[in-house]
Design a protein. Sequence first.
Lengths: 417, 640
Amino acid sequence: MPPGRVYGVAPMWSGLRERELGAPPWRYAASVRRMRSHALELCKTKDVISSGRGAVNSLQIDPVEARYMLAGNGNGSISVYDISQPTTVEHYSQKHEALFSIDKAHRYSVSSVRWYPVDTGIFISGSFDKHINVWDANTLEVLMQFKMPGKVFGVSMSPVSTTHMLIATGTEDYRIRLCDISSGAFTHTLSAHRDAVWAVKWSASSEWILISGGCDGAIRLWDIRRAGCFYVLDQHRSSASQEAKTSKDATPGRVHPGLTSALDRSTAHYGTVTSLQTSRDGHYLLSAEHNVPGSDSRVKLWDIERGCNTLVNYEATNINGNLTCELEVSGDKPLVFVPCLTSIQVYDMLSGRLLSTLKGHYELVKCCAYHSQSQELYSGSNDRRILVWSPEQSVSEDEALGTIAAQVQADEDNWSD
Amino acid sequence: MAGRLSDLILAATNSPGKELEEPLLKAIKALVRASDDNVKAAADLLMDRLGKNHSQVRLLALLLIDQLFTRSKLFRGQIVAVLEKFMVLCLGHRTDQPLPAPADRAALLKAKALEIVERWNETFGPHYKELQLGYEYLKFTLRLDFPGVREAANRAEEEKNARDRRTQDLLRCRLLQLTENFPGLRRDLESTMSQLEECFAILSEEEEVVQDEDGFLEVDKDEEDSSEVFGIQSLRSMRDQEELMVTESRDNEAIFDMARDLLKLVTTRHLPAAQEWLSVLMRVDPEDRQSRDALMKEVIDLRNRLVVLKDKCQELGIVEVAKSKTTTDDDVEWEEEEIFDRSKLDGPRHKLEQEREREREREREQGGEIRKSSSPQATATGTASSSNATMSELKQKLFEEAPVLPWGSFLDAWGSDAAVPANNRGLVLDNHWGRVDPDALISTEKMAEMQVRASYYQPLKSELRPCSAPLRNGGLCQRRDLRKCPLHGTIIPRDDRGNPLEEKRAVEAKGKEKAAVSPAALAAQAVRNVRGRDEAKRKQNKLLRQSQARTDRQHNEAVLRTAALAHDTQTIEAGLERKSLDEETPKKRKGGLSAMLRKKETPKDRIARRLLRGRAVDAMVANIARDEDAKYRESFPNQW
């Protein structure tokens, strides 16, 4: 096995034979994608020149073209990078400088930025200065501003919504507010958490379902058409125990949203839920926990449909961000990228096996964004850099590196004595 | 294999020096080069050594890592994988993991690490993104001070280029000027030169006449003493050369003056100017090289002609006016010296020389003043100096006798025995108390009394002798103290090997005394002698034991060391080197790594130890308390 290859991934040529024999092309494409995504390493040729002077707190690649990357910085600025077209190409290295960057977009650190899911004309940003701004990406002006009762930890817009334009916000306040862009007002105030809400996430399958995680360790599911939260994830309610239960009493059905007090108090984590991420098909939910003294930080995988803990163990995660950190899920055999101190750990989502550890940052990694088309990962950190992780480079690229950069010493053994 | 590698690395990183030991390094390199496993093992071992809690070990490990890093690709990969840890251990930029103890080594380690990381980034940065990132993090985020070797070199180069460009611009400007002005300048030069040549032509006509006369004289002389034919011939040829000098007479004075002026013009203006043009032409880097070369050729020609003319002038004895006037005396002296030198020569040649001199003298007398330089002053000074000679002898004698006094006001009236007017200001002063006598004199005695020489006492400076007690290293103690050397006691006269002279004498004296002692004293002395001998024996035994233990220790160390070094080709071949290594190690070991960590005891510490002892402090406190109490009682005696 050559170094860098991950066990269990077939080499590229193996799929070719299958294709000849009549396998559908998407399967081959998927296998190639999978292989590439398993072999991520620090990209030698692509540089994102981070413009911000502050830490990179939040990254998102736009869902429409998958071309523009939005970054919210710790010094209150927001910048947008074109990650497909380099601004300068120098020998072998492509440099991606910011297309634009808005200095002093907020007074304090920008905690979360999101693209408007429908097009790249609008983006939203939430900050510790208690404001949520809606920006016009063409004029770089604030279209709308929402004043929140406390620091904003997370904002979210539904990727599948067709009927509403609501921004879900997690703030210092225990109430979740939904801000409507079309009217510029708060449409909902959802209160059930007992402490600040750090993470909010719209479901990837239903436009009405909102998931929220807070300092109290609870993850709540809301149907915004109805009052109150309709489900609270319980860490002790695993798929195994539920199977046993369902076999006993034959009437599964949902618990009424009124919720018995016991269910209402159940928790998903012992510590703070810092981050939520749904799988692409909306079937699974990942939640990350902040390292609180007395509890170890871990990532948990939830089956949303059945509302239970899958008990997948992601080995040795150590999430030590004081702020929310962002998880990322990729592709069809999904991988999970977990920022873990100064490195990023890559797990297989369903088995929880640690595939690799991406080391390159020098301070806490705050966020990452996965580009599913080119199988590249972008990560932002407190050391003010955005790093690009790409699949192993092909031989030709390496050769180009050697030949073009003639002024650089060749990377070979050099034993003079 | 791995065991030997680890031994070698341990040995290499365990020395107190600032550099790696060359033979060890060679051995390690040879071993690591042998296989990939060894490279990996070396990387692990070195990272382990880098984690040791001693900056010296870290420093040497860092140097070793650098050596291997620049050589092996695999090693690079291994180190780059743990680059973050490496940086933390070498630079101590994390507050929770500062660099460990010996502070000087820690500073050195940091400086070296910065230098090395920078160098690595320059050479391998494009291949190892992690390196680049680490470097940028250190430089831009932590703002560590990198030495910036390459940048500095680039900057220096740029500065030099700019300077060159500026000078070239300037030179080109001057070249342009020169090419414009050259025809005019050249005309000037040509005219001067042609004038000079004309002068020479006129003079040479006269010269011929003079030479003819000389020729006759020579013939006569030849006939007179035929025994020294050869000598005289050579003399004549020499003289011919000398006689090219045309004597200046009233007839050709004008021509000489003219020539002198021209020569002055040549030496002061034309020659330096030509030289300057040449230097400009040589340094300039013009667009049109051909014209420059042509110009240069012309300038060189001109200069050569000028030089030739000048030489000719000198041959003819035409000296610059101004110069000759100022250096009159020097010229005379120089001639005298030469005469003196020549008189040293021996044999017939000497005679000849003398004769020639004499002749020259004669000629000089005949022709009056050959040169303008021989002025009447010269003779005057000559006589003066001869009369001075006797005076100076007396003076010398007196000077030797005279005491040397420091300057003082008493020197104002030295040796005068006249009375001094009391009112020497030249003003008539009215005194309110009565009349003033303007003619009052201060008598000589009074004056002498007033101006008696006063001086401060200065103790006689006597040289302090060195203590010169024998030292352990074979030398003598060089401390100079007044009476007592703090190390070797009272200073006593010693011989040149450091043995006291007095003692010898005392022993001798004792020997004499011994003749008359009582038997009791004799017995006591015997007992004392025996005890002393026993004591000496015991001491000697102890010393022997100690030295034995020391040699054993050294031997053990040497054996361990050779075991670590053994079996590798390099050191077996270089047996000599190993021997030298073994020899020097015990010395080095004295100041080992743990000694480095220990704090050095300073005089302050010693004083503190004495002064801050519990009892001393208690006594001090008690004293102070008592004093204060007493003071209080004195101030308020009747209060309760």
